[in-house]
Design a protein around this ligand. Structure first.
Ligand code: ARG
Length: 586
């Protein structure tokens, strides 16, 4: 049961009985815990709307609700705030209800069909820090959406149909010119095994794309190869399939080690068949027009504050662009996948691209007005120098290297730990989980739109607002429960709190459903990260004050164990929503 919804309903009914809007009855967790546990601030806007005195309205509301048994105290403050304290009995029964499945949190009544587009790896290219942010944030949002109760699909939207494909093709041709893929006389029966490995591609791609930037002849050859590939030249297509497979295998392994799995690995090329008919339709309806030899969609609107240039749909040579595939992908996500919300978790620097694509989607009648299109932007991850994170030599940091780096840092942390009773294999696995927790929590504890500093030392610390600190809090709950079980004590029904740290822990736990809902509605997992930290801190205070295992009163001990269990499960859920797994020991 969601206590805030429940209290808001009670207050809403009281506002309604006064002839006022029931939504004014919203109850929130108190910003001033010294004055009350919860508060309702609706009397002020109500007074404005009704032209009445706010204190008078607040007083009337208090009279109306105070008969209810769940309230221990209701008081007025300032111009018309209502402070609310629950009785210990009510508090305990709300917290007890959370011991049910899913922590007593019901799935939403109106589930939406959502698609989260995140990760965004590209064929033949190594993934880097930008992909890391997209992956961690997107994975967390997809998890939150699913938990809230929506039908969520996560799609990697593989970059496999752009100019880089032509570049890689001619890069390979330069090195191994006799491959059958380049011989126009051969049209089938190509080899099953890829002529290049991921390691080869890691060399070939940066080299050729660097030269394409400076050498017009290479750029021209790559452009032509891209067009020919997109038009279906058999040898290029066969080679392209190898490139896709080789890249995907390596990237899937990286994602797997990050603890991230996608529901779908659709690529830009998946919509290939849709593109030509779409373009024909857009031309014939006049949505797309010719401009300087290219085909564009004018997406500017009269009240734009800044200049929104037309979306480039087709280049003069007929080659498809990043925008072409994104517009066609909109159509697939509508027609075939029937999605109602599309969330694109992509670097803020692509803001204009998405603004154009979304507008084009609406203008072309592909995306109805009631379908949500959102670009979930994020900023940069900076290095210790405050500039975008780079290798010592100033190069792009590869995702794979980053994963290795945090695992090493996890191993170092474990070397400091008291617990040593595990095999080498287990130790490496725990280090990986600790390293990933450090990385993911370091990311998700910031609002996604702010830039943040990658500080491995701080991220891996067992003290402070870090992933490993939270993992450790869960491990502690588990070890308390294990020790209790060995002594024959099991968690049981909660009874009324007697000390304040216990009461506060219950109150803190009751915030869970609201925090999760807010993280989803604002697309901001940092609410969950922040709350998990507060909950863990409150748990530690409780644990210090209440000596659970030596408590002589059996019912109290069992209730405390119930609270430990509930806290452990809540923290585990919150961490899971951030994509963080907890080891059994650490
Ligand atoms: N592959 C792109 C990149 O590396 C990200 C793809 C984002 N998704 C999309 N539908 N455009 O920048």
């Amino acid at each position: 049961m969601n206590v805030l919804t429940h209290l808001s309903d009670i207050f809403g009914a009281a506002f309604s009985a006064q002839g006022l809007d029931p939504s004014l009855g919203e109850v929130v967790v108190s910003a001033r815990p010294d004055l009350g546990q919860f508060q309702c601030n609706g009397a002020l806007p109500a007074a404005k709307q009704a032209g009445r005195n706010p204190r008078e309205i607040a007083q009337a509301i208090v009279y109306a609700v105070e008969v209810r048994p769940e309230f221990a105290a209701l008081s007025l403050a300032g111009p018309g705030f209502i402070n609310i304290a629950l009785t210990d009995d009510a508090l305990t029964s709300y917290a007890s209800a959370m011991r049910n499945n899913r922590l007593g949190i019901d799935p939403v009544g109106d589930p939406k069909r959502v698609l989260v587009d995140y990760g965004g790896p590209n064929v033949a290219k190594d993934m880097h820090v930008g992909h890391l942010r997209a992956t961690i944030i997107g994975d967390s949002l997809a998890r939150i959406g699913k938990f809230v109760g929506h039908d969520v699909l996560g799609d990697a939207h593989f970059g496999d149909w752009g100019t880089q494909m032509g570049q890689v093709i001619i890069g390979i041709q330069e090195r191994i010119p006799d491959l059958p893929y380049f011989d126009q006389a051969i049209t089938d029966g190509y080899p099953d095994v890829s002529p290049v490995s991921m390691a080869d591609l890691q060399e070939i791609y940066p080299d050729i794309s660097g030269r394409a930037n400076t050498d017009p002849a290479i750029a021209e050859a790559a452009r032509l190869a891209t067009v020919e590939l997109q038009q279906g030249r058999p040898g290029y297509l066969a080679l392209w399939k190898h490139l896709v497979n080789v890249s995907q295998a390596s990237q899937r392994a990286d994602f797997h080690d990050l603890g991230v799995e996608f529901d779908l690995w659709y690529g830009e090329a998946t919509v290939h068949e849709l593109i030509d008919p779409l373009i024909e339709r857009l031309k014939s309806t006049g949505v797309a027009t010719q401009s300087k030899g290219a085909l564009v969609i004018d997406v500017a609107e009269p009240d734009d504050k800044m200049d929104i240039p037309p979306l480039l749909l087709l280049k003069g040579d007929g080659a498809y662009l990043y925008t072409t595939t994104d517009v066609a992908t909109l159509q697939m996500r509508m027609d075939e996948m029937q999605r109602q919300e599309l969330l694109y978790v992509v670097d803020a620097r692509q803001a204009l691209h998405f603004e154009q694509v979304f507008r084009a989607g609406r203008k072309a009648g592909i995306v109805p007005d009631d379908v949500v299109l959102e670009h979930i932007k994020f900023g940069t991850m900076n290095g210790p120098d405050g500039k975008p994170f780079q290798t010592r030599k100033g190069g792009v940091v590869k995702l794979r290297d980053l994963i290795d780096m945090v695992t090493d840092a996890g191993l170092e942390r474990l070397a400091e730990s008291k617990f040593t009773d595990y095999s080498e294999e287990e130790r490496v696995e725990i280090a990986r989980l600790v390293g990933l927790a450090a990385l993911k929590f370091g990311e998700l504890s910031n609002h996604r739109q702010s830039d943040y500093l990658f500080d491995l030392e701080r991220f891996t610390s067992l003290i402070g607002k870090t992933g490993p600190y939270l993992q450790y809090a869960v491990v502690r709950t588990q070890s308390i429960l294990r020790e209790a079980r060995e002594a024959g004590w099991e968690p049981a029904n909660l009874i009324e709190p007697t000390v304040d740290t216990e009461r506060r822990l219950m109150l803190e736990l009751l915030r869970t459903p609201d925090v999760i809902t807010r993280a989803w509605s604002t697309r901001a997992p940092n609410h969950i990260a922040e709350f998990a930290y507060e909950l863990a801190q409150q748990f530690n205070r409780f644990y210090e004050e209440c000596h659970i295992l030596s408590e002589p009163d059996e019912a109290r001990k069992a209730s405390w164990l119930g609270l430990v269990d509930l806290t452990g499960r809540t923290l585990t859920l919150l961490l899971d929503l951030l994509g963080i797994d907890v080891p059994e020991h650490m």
